[in-house]
Write a protein that binds this ligand. Structure first.
Ligand code: MHO
Length: 212
């Protein structure tokens, strides 16, 4: 089941991009996610040759269902903005408009008041986003070949642009939790066997937190 609705974009750097792909993928109001590289000045980065780019999550969200402040809250709560990491894993907010810029700046100030350690997060305008290799897209979902086959998405390219794949990529590691899964499963258009397969994983992994 795919969703065709007007969306807005959000882009964050939160260290290894597999984890936020799961987190945001299972967040209500998020329509699609993809992982990639951005923020640098040199063209065509790849996983083994990032040059001056950073791993990033790109989110398409429905502004009628979720606002940017909620996405920012998830951003701050789900990585360590004080960790001094190499550029590949640095904490970043790339804003897409002035409203996002202002919200990012005001939440950064809040974080500075809350944390003892300095916040290293940088805020910058969004620039070219280079999609990561297909094998990085919906990485946790790709760890379940039977499930990918069952939803007819064996290729990373299909997974990358799919609402259903974004959701399942979160659910397989327990993001969203079983109550949300049960409330939403009817809309996802899964057959019974596939729904049961995913539900078992949500129950098993709920509360485990994000893994990378
Ligand atoms: N833990 C993973 C990180 C990969 S991430 C997409 C690894 O060590 O390969 O950077």
């Amino acid at each position: 089941h795919e969703v065709d609705t007007p969306t807005k974009e959000a882009t964050f750097g939160m260290a290894c991009f597999w984890a936020p792909d799961c987190l945001f993928g299972a967040t209500p109001g998020v329509i699609r996610t993809k992982v990639g590289y951005t923020g640098g000045s040199k063209g065509t980065p790849s996983y083994h040759n990032l040059s001056d780019h950073t791993e990033a999550i790109h989110i398409e969200y429905d502004p009628k269902e979720i606002d940017y402040s909620t996405l920012l809250k998830l951003f701050w709560e789900n990585h360590n903005p004080s960790a001094r990491m190499k550029l590949q894993y640095t904490s970043m907010i790339w804003y897409h408009d002035n409203e996002q810029k202002e919200l990012a700046e005001s939440t950064l100030k809040e974080q500075e008041n809350k944390h003892k350690l300095p916040i290293v997060t940088k805020i910058a305008p969004a620039s070219t986003f280079y999609d990561a290799e297909d094998y990085h897209q919906k990485y946790r979902l790709q760890g379940h070949p039977w499930l990918c086959e069952a939803i007819g998405m064996k290729s990373g390219a299909k997974l990358k642009n799919s609402h259903l794949a974004a959701r399942l990529n979160g659910y397989v590691i327990g993001c969203g939790g079983v109550n949300q899964f049960n409330a939403e499963v009817g809309k996802l258009g899964l057959d019974e066997k596939t729904a049961d397969y995913v539900r078992k994983l949500v129950i098993k992994n709920e509360g485990n937190g994000l893994t990378c």
